[in-house]
Design a protein around this ligand. Structure first.
Ligand SMILES: Cc1cc2nc3c(=O)[nH]c(=O)nc-3n(C[C@H](O)[C@H](O)[C@H](O)COP(=O)(O)OP(=O)(O)OC[C@H]3O[C@@H](n4cnc5c(N)ncnc54)[C@H](O)[C@@H]3O)c2cc1C
Length: 474
């Protein structure tokens, strides 16, 4: 029998034997996430259940200078939760799965960082309340992992990115100390409000990819469920006019969720699935609205007028119903099973959509031999953009599925994928899934002072570079 990892006994002492393994098959199971980037093999996996255990593990890692890679549901796409360096600790957060409180007075729910959106939604619905649904991987994505990656959720057109939903956090810092943020930062406050009592240190941990701290408890906003939902699909045969419509529709602030299918090839495929969508469409905007019936009717009337002003045609509610709660998740799962899924996401100002979408569409078209056709949809790749609240920006997404063999083609596919990331990064996009995929392209684009400030912050909080080293290239 081969020897255990040097930290095996000490980790068993913290979490118990059943929550530690250094067996090879288990290490292989967590060496990658749901995306294209592959990681390295960790040396040992540990599954804490309490904040105190997380803190003790981090302190042990500091004493022994062994790095920790944090892993939530592993549903991320850019390789953030797979080890950057071999041999370290992989902290699997999925046993931190307790819902701590659903408070109907403060309208705040608090759960451990390893709770999935699916589990939270179920518990919240049982109380007759509603909350953010997260992204489309609701049964695997965890609350903590989604804070670290700044998930772009369903309903982002109305409520914004997942960070906007966060009220307070409990964070285990890279030294093992535990802090609470927002109104919970004082001994008397409790969890009810994000801002006040000093700077917004909650925000510092949102989108940090885990390099600044481990999110052990997440407090999120609750709301009353909407009385009704309504859907509509607007089609445009001209990309520029469609984009103008996008900008004007977005500015109204009336949309709950808005998905834009963009680019000739993606629109063509969508029109095959939905014959009511004109074949010559270059942009398809699928919106969903929520509220009471009267309000929705008023909103819809306004939005219809805007779409028509830009020569949009209405294709009815059915196509728009699917993306809000199902299609992308279903699509992402399918491309994963048909090939290697390599989505690339980033926020861009809406006005840039025609150029970015046309260029990326062209790049994909020129590399068709590296893409896999999905048997049911006939799609090789999908371009879309999601409306974001509070600004004329969209979350642009390029979703190719790659062939993985023969090895030569796979090598070319990987090179092409990096070409796409590089192109999209250089269009001034703000990526939120950063991981290993984006860092080589993002970090050179940072302003020097910003990057040095961020690096100094990391060094101050994490002098031994214990948490997720390598992300952001430090
Ligand atoms: C089918 C499918 C559909 C998807 N749809 C969407 C979508 O609509 N919108 C969207 O934004 N994303 C989507 N995603 C991507 C993914 O679900 C999100 O990025 C999600 O937020 C990742 O959460 P996770 O728990 O799986 O994190 P992981 O992938 O495990 O980790 C992501 C990052 O967070 C860090 N991390 C994990 N847990 C913690 C913690 N507790 N504390 C600190 N750091 C931590 C990791 O180290 C890593 O850097 C989809 C993925 C799939 C497979």
């Amino acid at each position: 029998m081969s020897a255990h990892h040097p930290l095996y006994e000490q980790l068993v002492g913290i979490v118990g034997k059943e929550n530690v393994t250094d067996e090879k098959f288990a290490l292989w199971a967590v060496y990658a996430d749901a995306g294209i980037e592959q990681g390295n093999l960790a040396g040992i996996i540990v599954k804490p259940q309490t904040t105190q255990q997380v803190s003790l593990i981090v302190k042990l890692a500091n004493r022994t200078k062994v790095p920790i890679t944090i892993r939530g549901g592993g549903s991320g796409m850019p390789g953030g939760c797979s080890p950057y360096f071999p041999g370290g600790i992989l902290m699997d957060m999925t046993d931190m799965n307790k819902i701590i409180e659903i408070n109907e007075d403060t309208m705040v729910a608090t759960a451990q960082g390893g709770v999935t959106f699916g589990a939270l939604i179920k518990a919240v619905h049982e109380k007759g309340l509603d909350c953010c649904y997260g992204g489309h991987a609701i049964y695997s994505a965890t609350l903590g992992g989604s804070v670290a990656t700044l998930t772009c959720p369903i309903g982002a057109a109305k409520y914004g990115a997942w960070g906007e939903e966060i009220v307070c956090l409990e964070v285990v810092l890279p030294t093992g100390d535990v802090i609470r943020t927002g109104s919970d930062s004082t001994r008397v406050g409790g969890r009810f409000h994000r801002y006040g009592s000093g700077p917004d240190l909650t925000g510092m941990f949102i989108g940090d990819q885990g390099v600044l701290g481990i999110k052990t408890e997440v407090s999120v906003r609750l709301r009353l469920p909407p009385e009704a939902r309504e859907f509509e699909t607007y089609c445009f045969d001209n990309l520029e006019r469609g984009t103008k419509a996008c900008m004007e529709l977005g500015k109204t602030g009336l949309i709950y969720d808005g998905l834009v299918i963009v680019g000739e090839h993606s629109c063509k495929q969508t029109s095959i699935k939905w014959p009511q969508i004109p074949k010559e469409s270059k942009m398809i905007i699928m919106v969903s609205l929520e509220g009471d019936k009267e309000t929705i009717a008023y909103y819809k009337n306004k939005l219809d007028k805007i779409a028509k002003k830009w020569d949009g045609t209405l294709a009815g509610p059915d196509p728009a119903k699917l993306p809000t709660f199902d299609l992308i998740g279903e699509h992402a799962c399918k491309i994963r099973s048909y090939g290697v899924s390599g989505p690339i996401n980033g926020f861009i100002p809406t006005y840039k959509l025609p150029k970015v979408a046309t260029d990326v569409d062209q790049m994909l078209w020129e590399h068709q031999d590296l893409l896999l056709t999905q048997p049911d949809t006939g799609m090789k790749a999908w371009l879309n953009a999601a409306f974001m609240a509070k600004g004329p920006a969209v979350n642009f997404a390029c979703r190719p599925s790659f062939i993985s063999e023969p090895p030569q083609k796979w090598k070319q596919a990987l090179e092409f994928w990096h070409e796409l990331v590089n192109y999209i990064a250089n269009q001034g996009s703000c990526p939120y899934w950063i991981g290993k995929a984006w860092t080589p392209y993002l970090t050179p684009l940072y302003r020097n002072e910003y990057y040095m400030f961020f690096k100094t912050l990391k060094q101050t909080l994490d002098p031994n570079n214990i948490l997720n080293p390598g992300l952001f290239l430090f």
